[in-house]
Design a protein around this ligand. Structure first.
Ligand SMILES: NC(=O)c1ccc[n+]([C@@H]2O[C@H](COP(=O)([O-])OP(=O)(O)OC[C@H]3O[C@@H](n4cnc5c(N)ncnc54)[C@H](O)[C@@H]3O)[C@@H](O)[C@H]2O)c1
Length: 363
């Protein structure tokens, strides 16, 4: 039987990496179900959108009749649920969309999927999977420098974003306990890599540096995050949906704990190497006078800012044999190079043209 997967949020940063992986490296048929908010970008799927195994439905996960129609037409064997509002700063400025999509949307999707799943034959019902993709931010802050989030760490979310994701995790687990829906949950650390929307730290720093603009760092930049290259995450998710044990949670992380300031400085050093300020060189050495590090600017810290996140990803490695292929150094180098090589992608994001139509279809 050919696997048929609905990926919600497939036009987003991680969702598009999952869709590309399912089409390019696996045999799945994929339906990308996405509302196309500001974070949805079909340009990120240009390399797979002509595949006969790919189709796109512009649907809001809060719209039950539209979800029912897609499920009835596409007949998935699994749903990978990534659609969400995902930017912490936006959740602080306006939490309503986060409550609506992340909580009400996940509830609406669960109910729609449950109606569809109830109508399946017994064998298909048993084989079906609902995979909910979540974040390590649901665990809140880590006090000690050695502590790690495990799958049994208590939830203690700090921001409207992480609280809404925590709620959705609880709903998904309740739908298994109460209705028997075969669910899987993954909680992952901070992702970075190609096709990342420029409001997030790493692309924001790369693009500001290239434009000679200040590189904002919250507080003193000592917040610690565990970074994972997005394609490693996409591979992990495909392992979990294919081979994960129903009802289990898997933490996914990169074993790459870095202070935010360290991340920004490393990007500056890579840019100093790859695109040194061409008109600003030392005549004797040929090296640039200035380092991009000079653009670093400390700004007032975000309220409720967690100090440290760090993931224990030993369960997924032990049980499913997954581990990251990229270190932070190799992954960040690839990412910086990708932004240098794909200016058209991010220039269309910055200009807003990405919302008008497919890359190459513009006048
Ligand atoms: N980015 C990270 O570092 C990270 C880490 C761990 C977990 N996650 C989780 O992974 C998932 C994907 O994150 P991302 O960074 O790719 O997010 P993103 O913001 O880049 O993409 C979200 C996608 O969901 C779509 N969407 C939003 N609201 C929708 C709705 N109501 N109906 C249908 N589609 C809707 C958007 O159009 C967009 O394509 C999220 O659930 C997030 O919580 C993200």
């Amino acid at each position: 039987m050919v696997g048929k997967i609905i990926v919600t949020g497939g036009a987003g940063f991680i969702g598009s990496a999952v869709v590309r992986h399912l089409i390019n490296n696996m045999d799945f048929e994929v339906a990308n179900l996405d509302k196309l908010t500001y974070a949805g970008n079909l340009d990120s799927l240009a390399s797979v959108s002509d595949s006969p195994r790919y189709r796109f439905y512009q649907v809001d996960i809060c719209d039950a009749p539209a979800l029912d129609a897609v499920l009835a037409e596409f007949k998935p064997t699994a749903v990978m649920h990534l659609a969400a509002e995902s930017h912490v700063d936006r959740s602080i400025d306006g939490p309503a969309d986060f409550i609506q999509t992340n909580i009400v949307g996940t509830y609406t999707l669960l109910e729609s999927v449950r109606r569809y799943w109830n109508g399946l034959a017994e064998e298909s019902k048993a084989a079906f999977r609902f995979h909910h993709i979540s974040t390590d931010e649901v665990y809140g802050d880590l006090e000690g420098t050695e502590d790690l989030f495990t799958e049994t760490t208590s939830y203690a979310p700090s921001s409207p974003y992480s609280a809404s994701k925590a709620s959705s995790d609880h709903l998904v687990r309740a739908w298994q306990r109460t209705y028997g829906l075969p669910v899987l949950v993954t909680n992952c650390s901070n992702n970075y890599g190609p096709y990342h929307f420029p409001e997030k730290l790493i692309p924001h720093v790369i693009l500001n540096a290239l434009a000679g603009k200040p590189l904002p760092v919250y507080g003193d930049g000592s917040q610690i995050r565990d970074w994972l290259y997005v394609e490693d995450h996409a591979r992990a998710l495909c392992e979990v949906v294919s081979r994960g044990v129903v009802g289990e949670t898997y933490n996914i992380g990169g074993h790459n704990e870095k202070r935010n300031l360290q991340v920004v400085e490393t990007i500056c050093d890579l840019l100093d190497e790859l695109v040194p300020g061409a008109d600003d060189r030392d005549e004797r050495t040929g090296r640039p006078h200035r380092s991009y590090r000079e653009l670093i600017t400390f700004v007032k810290d975000r309220p409720g800012h967690d100090r440290r996140y760090a993931i224990d990803a030993s369960k997924i490695e032990r049980e499913l044999g997954w581990k990251p292929e990229e270190t932070f150094e190799t992954g960040l180098r690839k990412t910086v190079q990708w932004y240098l090589d794909n200016r058209n992608w991010w220039q269309r994001v910055l200009s807003g043209d990405y919302r008008l139509g497919r890359l190459g279809e513009q006048a």
